[in-house]
Design a binder for this molecule. Structure first.
Ligand SMILES: [Zn+2]
Ligand SMILES: [Zn+2]
Length: 618
């Protein structure tokens, strides 16, 4: 609890700087048709068949159509050179070239074909679509031709962006040999010949700029608005605050990037879609945060896609810091940073997953508590009974107290006495569970009642949008930390339409236990369930009639002093109704006492709302 208090400091901004996790780009799956779209991480093989090959005549001039330099720069991200700015594409013929008919060889400064080590083949990696920007790869290989003449070994050297050697490989000449280097950060390779061997099938892992996104892995949801009516306003102020963390993005220098945020659907107990708002991304929180906090949106729908994404540039340092402000809803959120290529499949992306949640809530469903019944599930929110640990302990105590007090309530107006007297009249103790429809006394069990817990919090807390439409329009503003719970009472019921608050009945009852609370009905009124409609003014219900024979609890006729069967005359019905009222009233009193002060030193904060009591243990 103390941790949470610190999180929701009374200031409007709680800044968490934890960098708990680092998430870097994930390679996209390889795809066919690399010449059109190059997916980062895919293996690319150049077989040189698309360029007209010259005769395999060492020392002959290389015709211009057989010169290979930048032809694969745009598409594949690799540029070739030898002593001049190109290499030779040579028609070796089938069975000599590794694939097809073409291979490549070096070029002398004078522009003639050569396989000598003094004129090696160089390949440099660049950004596909931007051949003037350096790139790196993590794997390069090339094959020797299929007709070795066994003169001497062949070598390949790899260099980083600064030209420093980082790896090399040497193999003896053999039929279709492979020179292969696997190492991150390869910007160029130099393939050194032996005077006779031609090369073919240049293969590498598609190049990509390195993007990273670093931020905390888990943060609490923001609380940007007050609780609804009926709660202690001093506490409500303390629960207001934006939760913000820095998000550090690294990329090549001066790179144009887009950043966007998505909330993962059906997370944190929201089993509904629609336009689910997500957290905010701020470039300058000092200026933007105050505006955001003044608004009344629990999240934003801005920058949800690449197209609508926030545009940033990595600048000369290659590093940008944005500020992520958690939405009021819990759930998984994903930040994506993408390079700006127009074609989606050419973009490099990096993602970071935020888990927005109130951690370690206890689910009353997976850990049932004795004396507690759960209700309030809806298709939009099937599980609404997660509770913070201390609040769960308070509820457990309250349930035990409520049960014990119903059984041991002493005196003539104690529950056991009242129920025994009703039973002697032959009252039928109706068990109508649908107490919204027929509330007035038509649920009055003989046995002790459980505490009926309606909504508490979603499994990971956060704003519980009762309307299922991502708003706070229907209240429940406090049901996000696992400390507020609604207890349904069968002894309170809702009266549609505005009601005048009278100075007696349930209003005083609740007010007495929680004298500091404002207790007033919101849009709907509520009443104590007073009596049994069948005994007083029937509303289309079958009443007990004067001709009905009274029966006792065992179903035997109740007889008068002379053994004659007794009927439900007006006096008997009046007396029964008084008893029904008293049972309702006493049960409500005992319920409130149990919830209000469940254990020494634990105090609930209360309000009645419609047919339930809002309880707050924090
Ligand atoms: Zn929802
Ligand atoms: Zn409530």
């Amino acid at each position: 609890m103390n941790n949470r208090r610190r999180l929701y400091a009374p200031t409007t901004l709680a800044l968490l700087c934890a960098l708990a996790a680092v998430f870097t780009m994930a390679a996209r799956p390889a795809r066919a048709g690399w010449s059109t779209f190059l997916a980062a991480g895919a293996l690319v093989t150049l077989d040189f068949e698309s360029i007209p090959g010259m005769n395999n005549a060492v020392g002959h001039g290389i015709p211009s159509q057989s010169r290979l330099a930048d032809q694969f720069g745009q598409t594949a991200g690799v540029r070739f050179s030898s002593s001049p700015g190109y290499v030779a594409v040579v028609n070796l013929g089938a069975g000599h070239a590794v694939s097809g008919v073409n291979g490549i060889g070096g070029a002398t400064a004078g522009g003639t074909l050569t396989y000598e080590p003094g004129d090696p083949i160089e390949a440099r990696f660049v950004r596909p679509g931007n051949p003037f920007q350096a790139a790196t790869t993590s794997m390069v290989s090339i094959r020797g031709d299929l007709r070795p003449t066994a003169r001497s070994p062949l070598s390949m050297f790899a260099f980083d962006v600064s030209g420093n050697p980082i790896a090399h490989v040497t193999v003896p000449e053999a039929d279709g040999l492979t020179l292969r280097i696997e190492k991150p950060g390869i910007h160029s390779v130099r393939v050194v010949g032996n005077g006779s061997t031609a090369f073919d099938d240049f293969t590498f892992r598609a190049t990509a700029p390195t993007l990273t996104v670093q931020a905390a892995a888990q943060i609490a949801p923001s609380i940007l608005r007050h609780n609804g009516w009926g709660l202690d306003p001093r506490r409500s102020h303390g629960e207001r605050g934006a939760v913000m963390v820095p998000v550090t993005i690294t990329a090549p220098a001066n790179e144009d990037l887009r950043v966007f945020v998505r909330a993962t659907s059906h997370t944190a107990g929201h089993a509904h879609d629609g336009d689910r708002p997500h957290g905010w991304l701020l470039k300058s929180p000092r200026r933007e945060l105050p505006k955001l906090i003044r608004g009344f949106r629990p999240g934003t729908l801005a920058y949800s896609t690449f197209e609508g994404g926030l545009r940033i540039n990595s600048g000369s340092s290659g590093e940008v810091v944005l500020y992520y402000v958690a939405p009021e809803f819990s759930g998984e959120e994903v930040i994506t940073v993408a390079t700006e290529e127009a074609n989606a499949s050419q973009r490099t992306t990096a993602t970071h997953h935020f888990s927005v949640k109130i951690p370690a809530l206890v689910s009353l469903r997976s850990e049932p508590q004795e004396g507690v019944t759960l209700t309030g599930s809806t298709p939009e929110h099937p599980e609404v009974w997660s509770l913070e640990g201390a609040a769960a302990a308070a509820l457990r105590e309250a349930a035990a107290t409520y049960r014990a007090s119903q059984e041991s309530d002493a005196g003539a107006n104690g529950l056991p006495q009242l129920i025994a007297r009703l039973a002697a009249y032959g009252y039928d103790f109706p068990l109508n569970a649908d107490f919204d429809e027929n509330p007035a006394g038509l649920h009055l069990p003989q046995a002790p009642e459980e505490i009926i817990v309606e909504d508490v919090s979603l499994s990971e807390g956060g704003l519980l949008d009762l309307d299922g439409r991502w708003t706070a329009n229907q209240g429940h503003l406090g049901h996000r930390l696992g400390t507020h719970l609604d207890v349904r009472s069968r002894h309170l019921y809702v009266v549609p339409g505005p009601q005048r608050v009278r100075g007696s009945g349930p209003y005083h009852l609740v007010g007495r236990s929680a004298p500091r609370q404002r207790v007033a009905p919101p849009a709907e009124g509520y009443r104590l369930a007073v009596g049994d409609d069948r005994l007083t003014a029937p509303r289309g219900l079958a009443p007990f009639r004067d001709t009905d024979v009274r029966r006792d609890a065992e179903g035997n006729p109740v007889t008068g002093p002379e053994g004659q069967p007794l009927h439900y005359d007006a006096a008997a019905r009046r007396e029964m109704n008084e008893l029904v009222k008293k049972v309702h009233f006493r049960r409500l009193e005992l319920l409130i006492d149990a919830l209000w002060n469940p254990a020494p030193g634990v105090r609930g904060v209360f309000a009645t709302e419609g047919n339930h009591i809002h309880v707050q243990y924090d």
